[in-house]
Design a protein around this ligand. Sequence first.
Ligand SMILES: Nc1ncnc2c1ncn2[C@@H]1O[C@H](COP(=O)(O)OP(=O)(O)OP(=O)(O)O)[C@@H](O)[C@H]1O
Ligand SMILES: [Mg+2]
Length: 271
Amino acid sequence: MTHPYLAVGDTTVAQDTLLLVSDLVLRFGGVTAVDGLNMRVHPDEIISVIGPNGAGKTSAFNCISGFYRPNSGDIRFLGQSIIRRSPSRITQMGMARTFQNLRLFKEMSILDNVKTGAHSRMRQHWFDAFLHTPAFGKSERKCEEDSRFWLDFVGFRGDVDLYVTQLPYGEQRRVEIARALNTQPKVLLLDEPAAGLNHSEKRQLIDLIRRIRDLGISIILIEHDMGLVMDISERIIVLNYGKEIADGTPEQIRNDPLVIEAYLGASEEDK
Ligand SMILES: Nc1ncnc2c1ncn2[C@@H]1O[C@H](COP(=O)(O)OP(=O)(O)OP(=O)(O)O)[C@@H](O)[C@H]1O
Ligand SMILES: [Mg+2]
């Protein structure tokens, strides 16, 4: 099977900065969920965002991927400001994400769920779809081929025609990552991908994240599993009450007194 990622025409990630978040602020009423976040993501990087529950990690992701509009600050992706762009437009530009609570289409098969990733980037004319023209048939075949490729890539070995809800939770997480990859991203945001996975599934996830990065896709990971974060991250950003309190290598973060106080020193049930 050909590698669909290599088919991407646009390889304009030569600049050193892929994503630049500046002074990002997001408020919900009296709560400042994100309080002046700055973040720079380079090509081919694995970054983790950590912090206690309610620190603002998911809120930051929701701003970056266009689901929430920040109160102030800027987000530049591939050199362009994206704070006024819709989630689907941002996906088309090359940013994909998964959700803390899975958001798969329950009434659809595994294969069809992954196909929606490709559809989000394809430009089809309604009359091609309506009349089932040869162009439509060709792009549908390519879409199915890509979808099967990504399911294989994430390690899914089951029956792709089952409803997605027939799968165990860990397998559903894989399908969601396959769907995100099928949008042909340059950066992939993963919100707690290890939540609910067993030990061997976590090992497979670490391997998968590395293989995704080896394709030239940057990864931003929100994760509570410290073993996984320390193992895989090149850089870690720590949030607490919406503010960034540290940014460094796993070694620097492990030894940062502010981090130990805010997060690593917290009791297990606080994490
Ligand atoms: N839609 C919303 N409406 C109101 N408040 C919200 C909303 N989403 C998040 N918040 C609040 O914003 C703050 C940050 O929440 P967020 O979900 O971003 O934290 P998090 O770091 O992802 O936490 P967790 O580790 O539990 O997922 C919290 O105080 C939360 O209650
Ligand atoms: Mg969250």
